[in-house]
Unconditional design. Sequence first.
Length: 263
Amino acid sequence: LVSRHFHPEDTIVDVDGVKIGGKEVVVMAGPCSVESIEQLREAAKAVKAGGAKFLRGGAFKPRTSPYDFQGLAEEGLKMLREVADEEGLKVVTEIVDKDDIELVGKYADIYQVGARNMQNFQLLKALGKAKKPVMLKRGLAATISEWLNAAEYIMAGGNEQVIFCERGIRTYETFTRNTLDLSAVAAIKELSHLPIIVDPSHGTGRWEMVRPMARAAVAAGCDGLIIEVHPHPEVALSDGDQSLTPKNFNALMGELGKICDVM
Ligand code: PEP
Ligand code: MN
């Protein structure tokens, strides 16, 4: 179902008029974690002003350490919906548990499956029955073939609205947090009809590298970008090192406008 072989034309995932996989590049942006209504509102105003169509933000955070901030759960989901509606943005947010599909679906427009859950097959099967699109991030050390198969799990359940997200993979390099595999964009375009977006924030782990890698991703032919933006990265509860300030996000959006059509 995922293969281009049996489905030559590109699939467009339409989120109430925002089309992912069409001619234009769609930008999703916002903080790594929803921290407070003030933080989220400031971030949302900035990403809207820059031209993003989606507000991102995690309410369920799969952190490496159990002692790190774990997210605000439903309270965070409510803030996402409220602030996104104020600004006319859509919501993309992570789901980590199959039992939360209804809960997250009440507030989100797209379910995000994080890298750590790419092969959580119970979650993927359950999302196959869900009525909203799923953005499937590439696993920390997943091959393209494993990633395609993970998408197949969702589609096999009947949900055809799947979007791939390349977010970097684990390699021997330690300067960057992950190695952003932009060849995955070309590989997915060859092998699948589904759209692919790129996350240069987790892909590099370093805010200085986000702008150049975002430009390169668009040049490689991705359908969208997901970018971490925080009003005050130095005090972020997660991923401050890779978060753009509103000013840098705005500058990036200007650069993108010169190399592609941004929706
Ligand atoms: C995130 O988007 O904040 C996140 C946790 O991403 P990933 O699953 O790619 O690590
Ligand atoms: Mn993050």
